[in-house]
Design a protein around this ligand. Sequence first.
Ligand code: FES
Ligand code: FES
Length: 196
Amino acid sequence: MQEITITINGKAVTAEVDERTLLLEFIRDVAGYTGTHNGCLEARCGCCAVEVDGDIVKSCNVLALQVAGRSVTTIEGLSPQRLTPVEHITTQSLAGVYEPLDALGADEKTLHPIQAAFHRRHALQCGFCTPGMIMVLKDYLEDNPEPTRADVRQAICGNLCRCTGYQHIIDAAMEAAEEMRLQAAMADATADGGDG
Ligand code: FES
Ligand code: FES
């Protein structure tokens, strides 16, 4: 066993792990961020995708020891709706860790553009694949702001969805890309104004 610290969504998490502990297990079982899903444990489904220092990885395919001292972003890091990690999962405890969107103040309704587009375009059914889809799309769209539908299809080729048939996911990604371009242009304009 070895003690390591991984920063997850900006918070340092320290725990003892053994050489076989997966990053996925550290995120879910140690840190309590259960939005990162275990769909296969074989690097096939993409449900467990997270960012490590800004690069997307399948967390079932990485050892926690390999990520010691680094920063991880999970789906919970994209929006303030998720309030606290889950320590013991029951229906009741889950109800207590999510703040209903309706209960949030206007300033707090800051879903990531991809999350908001998934919501608007009905890009999920059971939702099991959704955290991985959104993390992969976030990583892709930040680097490729003007994709075609074929580009998006290629970007999510490592993410399996059993429910949706993918069309609404691609619709949402295209809509989110437009919103992200708009936000980037506004940020640039603000920065230019500040420089002047
Ligand atoms: S659980 Fe990691 S790719 Fe399926
Ligand atoms: S929404 Fe069910 S697996 Fe994708």
